[in-house]
Structure formats: C-alpha cells, structure tokens
Design a protein around this ligand. Structure first.
Ligand SMILES: Nc1nc2c(ncn2[C@@H]2O[C@H](COP(=O)(O)OP(=O)(O)OP(=O)(O)O)[C@@H](O)[C@H]2O)c(=O)[nH]1
Ligand SMILES: [Mg+2]
Length: 142
C-alpha cells in the first residue's frame, strides 16, 4: 500500500478511515497528535483548522507518497482553500466520507469542493458501511 497522510476537519472521519484501511477495531479516539499507523499518517483536524499548524502538514508530507483531503459530506464546514493541493509536494486525492448518512446532493457538493481544492481523483466512501472502499483500496495499492 502507498504511504498516505490523511488531512481534514475535526470529526470528518480520518481516524475511522485509518482504522478501516488497517483492519483495526473501529473505536472512537480523538486524535491529539500526528500518529503513524503502518503506512498511514493520521493527523488531528486542528492541523487543518488552525493555519499555524499547516506548515507541519506540509513538512510531514515528505514522508508519504500521497495526501488524502477528507471532507464529511454531511458537514456545512469546508475548510480547504481553492487550489490548496499545490501546497504539498506530492499528489493529493480527495475522499468524501459518511456517504451512508449523506444525501446524493451533499455528496456531489463535497466532490465539487474537493476538486476545487485540487484533489484528483475524488472517492466517495463510508468507513461504516464500507461503500466505495474497494475503489479507494485499489487506488492505494502500490
Ligand atoms: N455514519 C458515519 N460515521 C462516520 C464515518 N466516518 C466516521 N464517522 C463517525 O464520525 C465521528 C468522528 O470520526 P473520527 O474518525 O474520529 O474523525 P477524525 O477526522 O479522526 O476527527 P479528529 O481526530 O478530531 O480530527 C465518529 O463518531 C465516527 O464514528 C462514516 O463513514 N459514516
Ligand atoms: Mg482522528
């Protein structure tokens, strides 16, 4: 599997996706710091929410092959700036989460916003029901 770093707002589902990708038990755990789990770097949502932490994300990205921008389809909060992917020296893909509880319109809007942030391609998944996971896992294979 490619080495990846997950970036997204608080509670968008980074840790839950990380647990699913690594076959770990799904349990809620607030992420307090950068955490390495096998080939995945999980980050606290605050790193995206507070601009002063953004630099740490950019620097940490040199350790991985791919950055994943995550957006909760049901959230009204969208914190990525247009073209933000260029801040990273490596490819950035998008992942819309929580499609199991989102409307089609919410999911489509989240895809559009992630594309605007420069993520390409964008996957739509649910870490709870597993929908969309096969396509993402395929993409993340070496
Ligand atoms: N229905 C549904 N709930 C999800 C999904 N992914 C995550 N959740 C729930 O959303 C909540 C937050 O998930 P986390 O994975 O902890 O979010 P996070 O992005 O790691 O949050 P921080 O560590 O605070 O940055 C938890 O209650 C999860 O169970 C999903 O695909 N569908
Ligand atoms: Mg977390």
């Amino acid at each position: 599997m490619k080495k990846i770093m997950l970036v997204g707002h608080v509670a968008c589902g980074k840790t839950t996706l990380c647990q699913r990708l690594n076959g770990l038990k799904q349990e809620y755990k607030k992420t307090q710091a950068l955490e390495v789990i096998n080939h995945t770097i999980d980050t606290p949502g605050e790193y995206l929410e507070h601009r002063s932490f953004m630099r740490s994300l950019t620097v940490t990205a040199v350790e991985v092959d791919l950055v994943l921008f995550l957006q909760d389809a049901t959230s009204e909060r969208f914190l990525f700036s247009p073209g933000q992917s260029v801040a990273f020296p490596i490819p950035v893909i998008g992942v819309v989460t929580k499609t199991d509880i989102a409307t089609k319109e919410q999911t489509a809007q989240a895809v559009e916003l992630l594309e605007l942030a420069g993520a390409d391609p964008v996957f739509c998944i649910s870490s709870i029901s597993g929908e969309g996971m096969d396509a993402l896992i395929d993409y993340l294979k070496d």
